[in-house]
Design a protein around this ligand. Structure first.
Ligand SMILES: Cc1cc2nc3c(=O)[nH]c(=O)nc-3n(C[C@H](O)[C@H](O)[C@H](O)COP(=O)(O)OP(=O)(O)OC[C@H]3O[C@@H](n4cnc5c(N)ncnc54)[C@H](O)[C@@H]3O)c2cc1C
Length: 462
């Protein structure tokens, strides 16, 4: 079936006349840059080539990689094969009536927005960066600021085609149980090569945004709950270094797509400006309680004292961090970890924010949001209630802080997000994801020999 064969050569050809896909040894990390490992990386650009590489992947197995924006080790496979899928880059025309679009799994959210927005359509769900592939977004079942209204990305996918563990192409739709093993399955159910999803209407490329500065965690949570009733997109930045009555103060933003008359012409998509890249090298420890405290104070004080409405570009509202390419290097050579959890009980959020504040955790990025109901995937992360995501630089004391956070989350029946995870323990995973065995059963049908392997899968005994 396949014309592909991995080789360490430059891909010039084999003696049997087939054209190999070159594989090169590469050190890979996640976005947090914390746990590098070396793999053989190949870049197929057709489904047949993906299938050939899966069949020939060898004892350490194979895993798909999109744009490497998962924070931990989900798209790494030490000593095995990694398939970089940017070459699966075809986009069909958007159906002007239904908004359905079929894309190769390597298409980025950035590219899809650029194609769709001038025609009056927008992606149904976008994470906080546009630089993710659709395959990676589906494998993690990503959520956006509209989860309380629209759910996660899998709710908008009408079919997917993947290469399974035997190298066979399968097309699955949401009416089949197997489909639901893929979102949240972190690449371990096969390589998605193509998917069809339904876009949403957007009359303009601008967002109408309400910004509210809050003085305490209680107020931050109350404003978020209230905003969810009125706005499609909501999120809060929380100052985790603030103490006493100010603990959990923050800035809540709530937005909707602006109507055409407020913003002008949708045919000129405004994704915002691109700024200076982060410097290539920053000393570890540059982000400490002092420097982060100064930043947090400045960011908080820059927000309007009284609620304000403004027009923003799609880019600055949804993807503010994309303005600084390579911002992950600001955390220095040791890298950083993001801990994101979901929990129903608001007291759990209070306990974790209080822990971070007491321990003087130098976190620039601490994002709070409410989730709507859970989706159908057994390993899909979002579940009804609250989610808090915190970036933390790697330091000697980080392990004990993360363990303490996990303990609080576990005690409240919460779970952490595997797309962000780099260090969870397997026994905690079992408690956090009660439908794990259901997922394993479906995965075994798609990949009976467990050809799909990753550092995350080995670490968590998936
Ligand atoms: C700044 C920033 C903000 C973020 N904000 C959010 C957010 O708001 N919400 C959210 O949910 N996530 C968020 N994320 C996480 C990110 O959306 C996910 O980790 C996403 O999976 C990254 O996509 P990727 O293409 O980079 O995938 P990679 O990181 O390369 O891979 C992620 C996983 O997907 C699998 N995978 C990739 N391609 C395929 C494929 N074709 N077939 C099968 N499996 C595949 C990989 O094996 C791996 O397990 C954010 C990340 C960053 C860096």
């Amino acid at each position: 079936m396949s014309a592909a064969r991995a080789t360490e050569s430059n891909g010039a050809g084999t003696t049997d006349g087939r054209h190999p896909i070159a594989a090169t040894r590469e050190e890979l990390t996640g976005w947090g840059r914390a746990a590098p490992t070396v793999a053989h990386v190949a870049a197929p650009s057709a489904a047949d080539d993906v299938a050939g590489l899966v069949v020939e992947s060898g004892s350490r197995g194979v895993i798909a990689r999109g744009l490497g924006r998962s924070y931990g080790d989900a798209a790494q496979n030490a000593g095995g094969m990694v398939l970089r899928l940017g070459g699966l880059d075809r986009i069909s025309p958007v159906d002007p009536i239904t908004g359905l679009v079929t894309c190769g799994a390597g298409v980025s959210v950035d590219r899809l927005i650029r194609e769709a927005l001038p025609r009056g359509w927008f992606v149904p769900v976008t994470p906080g960066t546009r630089q993710v592939s659709l395959g990676g977004a589906l494998a993690a079942d990503v959520h956006g600021k509209n989860h309380h209204r629209d759910g996660s990305i899998s709710a908008h996918v009408t079919s997917l085609t993947l290469v399974d563990g035997r190298g066979a192409l399968r097309t699955l739709t949401p009416s089949e149980e197997l489909f639901w093993a893929v979102p949240g399955g972190m690449g371990l159910t096969g390589v998605v090569v193509e998917l069809t999803m339904r876009l949403i209407r957007a009359q303009s490329s601008r967002m109408q945004v309400d910004t509210t500065r809050t003085t305490s965690l209680d107020e931050t949570m109350a404003v978020l709950e209230e905003s969810d009733r009125t706005s499609r997109y909501t999120v809060a930045w929380v100052d985790c270094l603030a103490r006493g009555p100010a603990m959990g103060r923050g800035v809540v933003t709530a937005g909707d797509h602006a109507p055409a008359d407020a913003a002008g012409d949708a045919t000129a998509p405004s994704l915002g400006r691109r700024g200076m890249p982060a410097p290539p090298w920053v000393p570890s420890g540059a982000l400490n309680p002092h420097t982060v405290g100064v930043f947090n104070d400045a960011y908080y004080l820059m927000a309007p004292r009284t609620p304000r409405r403004s027009l923003e570009s799609v880019g600055s509202f949804f993807h503010p961090l994309d303005v600084v390419p390579g911002w992950n290097r600001l955390y220095g050579a040791r890298g950083f970890v993001q801990h994101q959890f979901a929990v129903e009980d608001p007291q759990c959020v209070r306990r974790v924010v209080s822990l971070l504040s007491r321990r003087r955790a130098p976190t620039l990025l601490c994002v709070l949001k409410r989730f709507g109901p859970a989706g159908r995937g057994p390993l899909s992360f979002p579940s009804s209630g609250w989610t808090l995501a915190v970036d933390l630089p790697v330091s000697d004391s980080l392990g004990s802080l993360l363990d303490a956070m996990d303990e609080v989350v576990l005690a409240s029946g919460g779970r952490v997000y595997l797309a962000k995870d780099a260090r969870l323990r397997p026994e905690s995973l079992v408690q956090m994801y009660p439908r794990l065995d259901e997922w394993r059963f479906l995965r075994d049908e798609l990949d009976p020999e467990h050809v799909f392997q990753s550092d995350l899968a080995r670490r968590l005994h998936l």
